[in-house]
Design a protein around this ligand. Structure first.
Ligand code: URA
Length: 236
């Protein structure tokens, strides 16, 4: 059983307040009978919910991947800055999607959104330890000592201890970094602690999920198989 207003939001018919107004206007029926109570408990598997006579179906769990450009903050709203929500096309706007974790304003690359609160919490849980892979350009060139310091677990300038991570130098001033946690400005601070300040950062992978050929600024919905793999990434 779930609340009627949540079901209607999950169907993409509007925001919570729009749904409230639609209900108030008597446009929604449950098994053919008009229902105005937004807190009414319904079972969408056995009951027929209709809007203006048209039977509705909820989207269920939706996970969307964005290739985030620089210049947008990861927040659902912000008074001064442009947010990643502005990059979602119209058809995703009413799904109550929330960003999964965060990327800094200047960081680009893979950012997921979901409308499924339980999935969101599982994905950002430190217990889950989903590996995230970043491409970084930085000043200086990483050495084997830096690689060892990452794998031993770095201590940041403010004393914060990091879990062991993988640093892979790929050229002068360029490295790949894999971390399993999401502390504030983590990759930037880790590299800075080794005197390798970051000039560009892009997340390329989360678990087994990669950006693929998704262009910068574009979004796509994950397939059911991809969502499943994301939630069970440890089970090969
Ligand atoms: N680490 C950072 O420093 N920034 C991000 O956006 C993500 C990881």
């Amino acid at each position: 059983m779930e609340r009627l207003d949540k079901f209607l939001c999950d169907c993409g018919i509007g925001t919570r307040s729009q749904v409230k107004a639609i209900l108030k206007a008597g446009r929604v029926t449950v098994d053919g009978i008009p229902e105005r109570d937004n807190g009414r408990k319904i079972d969408p598997n056995t009951q027929e919910i209709a809007l203006d006579g048209e039977i509705l179906q909820a989207f269920g769990t939706v996970v969307v991947m964005l290739n985030k450009p620089a210049g947008f903050v990861t927040a659902t709203a912000d008074e001064k800055e442009k947010t990643v929500m502005e990059l979602l096309p119209e058809e995703y706007r009413h799904l109550d999607l929330k960003p999964v974790g965060r990327l800094d304003k200047q960081t680009e690359g893979l950012l997921l959104f979901t409308n499924d609160g339980d999935l969101l919490h599982r994905l950002i849980s430190p217990k889950k330890e989903v590996p995230k892979i970043y491409y970084a350009r930085h000043e200086g060139t990483a050495t084997q000592e830096d690689v060892q310091a990452f794998s031993a677990g770095l201590t940041l300038a403010d004393g914060t201890a990091c879990l062991p991570a993988v640093l892979e130098p790929i050229g002068p001033g360029e490295s790949m970094v894999t971390v399993c946690e999401g502390k504030y400005h983590q990759v930037r601070r880790m590299l800075a602690s080794r005197h390798l300040p970051v000039t560009y950062l892009e997340r390329r992978q989360e678990g087994k999920l990669t950006l693929g050929d998704l262009p910068r600024g574009q979004v796509r919905r994950l397939t059911e198989a991809e969502v499943d793999a994301l939630d069970h990434w440890q089970v090969v």
